[in-house]
Design a protein around this ligand. Structure first.
Ligand SMILES: O=C(O)/C=C/C(=O)CC(=O)C(=O)O
Ligand SMILES: [Mg+2]
Length: 213
């Protein structure tokens, strides 16, 4: 098992949307009754200190800081009690979103894939082994743009808990070593522009930084 290299080509990036009440409110959506799941391709990865590209035709690129769960053991159709065993570790991550392309897709009933899955849409910090983060269900996650705090949330505010998400997703997708689950963003999402610096972190435990090209 080479979890330190979970960003290597070929792994699934499974994202959960609308998992924090205040973000649901700021997006003027209704509360989900089951997790909202979508995918990014592995070409979305950017590692710490890399660059994020604004995708073609996007005029409104948003930051969404999220806790990422890295899968350390293969599993399918697991229940919530078994879910913990599948976790290998965590990362702080961004679900970069071409908000204008997403809104356009939503209003015409089309998929979000380009708006959420373009190259460089999944910047990630360094891998944190599970043992180093025993309280993943109560962590401060934050995002700064050019030094200004834009997002500050706590994973205890998730609508669907990490074990619930793992169990739910595993009913549909076999989870494999190195897969990443992004667990949704808290409120405060907003636009970024060329040359902006985005910093993200988990309290003072982990920090990563990215530049918008
Ligand atoms: O439905 C919307 O307007 C937006 C949904 C998202 O972007 C969902 C997420 O990616 C999230 O909540 O993290
Ligand atoms: Mg998101």
């Amino acid at each position: 098992m080479r979890l330190a290299r979970f960003t290597e080509f070929g792994k699934k990036i499974i994202c959960v949307g609308l998992n924090y009440k205040l973000h649901v409110k700021e997006m003027k959506n209704s509360l989900p009754t089951t997790p909202i799941v979508f995918l990014k391709p592995p070409t979305a990865y950017v590692i710490n200190e890399g660059s994020i590209r604004i995708p073609k035709n996007c005029q409104e690129l948003h930051h969404e800081v999220e806790l990422g769960v890295v899968i350390g053991r293969k599993g399918s159709s697991v229940n919530e009690n078994e879910a913990e065993d599948l976790i290998g570790g965590y990362v702080i991550a961004l679900d970069m979103t071409a908000r204008d392309l997403q809104s356009k897709a939503k209003s015409s009933g089309k998929p979000w894939s380009i708006a959420k899955g373009f190259d460089t849409s999944c910047p990630v910090g360094n891998f944190i082994p599970k043992e180093a983060l025993p309280n993943a269900n109560s962590l401060d996650i934050w995002c700064k743009v050019n030094g200004q705090l834009k997002q500050k949330g706590n994973t205890s505010d998730m609508i669907f808990t990490i074990p619930h998400l793992i169990s739910y997703i595993s009913q549909y997708f076999t989870l494999e070593i190195g897969d990443l689950i992004l667990t949704g963003t808290p409120d405060g999402v907003g636009p970024v522009n060329s040359n902006d610096i985005i910093e993200i972190g988990i309290g003072d435990i982990s920090k990563a930084s990215f530049k918008i090209e």
